[in-house]
Write a protein that binds this ligand. Structure first.
Ligand SMILES: C=C(O[C@@H]1C=C(C(=O)O)C=C[C@H]1O)C(=O)O
Length: 179
């Protein structure tokens, strides 16, 4: 996902004050559980198509991302498009320091089309340091985004999610579905 939509290349504006985000949008962006599961509750089949998975050096990370993670010789990058039924709903980019890929968590490099959330929320060792709320101005218009630093058994990984126009976060008719 090396085009301008890629989170690491995209000028995502991160809000200092979450109250700058409309409440109905913030309700989605502040979801503490699995976003995959929340999407499924919309009655769709969620599928994931990996776009790019590889190891990169710290220098190849976006500066904004490097600041969120400890020094490491290399980081596993996973970039995906997540679909609700046939509609692209989300771009996901996960950055995992090599030191996080220990024990069972080495499975993170073999997820393929399995949604990351299925792995992360399958155990009882997941915590979330924070959720940053943001907005990306792209050729598809202004897109809502969020960035979470998560921990598996206290080992960090960084997840950026950009919500696409067809996702429930952007669809105005979805407000009726939420009531
Ligand atoms: C992290 C989750 O998994 C989703 C799936 C992703 C993937 O497969 O790489 C990335 C972002 C998430 O929207 C989740 O369900 O919360």
């Amino acid at each position: 996902m090396s085009d301008s939509r890629s989170p690491e290349k995209s000028p995502i504006h991160w809000f200092d004050d979450p109250s700058q985000v409309p409440a109905d949008v913030a309700d989605w962006l502040m979801e503490m559980g699995s976003m995959t599961r929340r999407f499924e509750k919309q009655g769709v089949t969620v599928t994931v198509k990996p776009q790019n998975e590889c190891f990169v050096s710290r220098e190849e990370l976006g500066e904004s991302e490097a600041q969120q993670l400890p020094e490491s010789a290399r980081y596993w990058i996973r970039e995906i498009v997540l679909f609700g039924d046939a509609q692209p709903w989300l771009l996901g980019r996960t950055v995992i320091p090599e030191e996080t890929l220990t024990g069972p968590d080495l499975a993170l490099v073999d997820l393929g089309t399995v949604p990351l959330g299925r792995y992360l929320f399958s155990g009882n060792n997941l915590s979330r340091d924070y959720i940053h709320l943001g907005q990306l101005h792209s050729e598809q218009g202004a897109l809502w985004a969020r960035r979470s630093r998560l921990r598996l058994s206290d080992k960090p990984l960084l997840l950026t999610e950009i919500f696409l126009p067809d996702s429930p976060v952007h669809r105005p008719q979805n407000k009726a579905e939420q009531e």
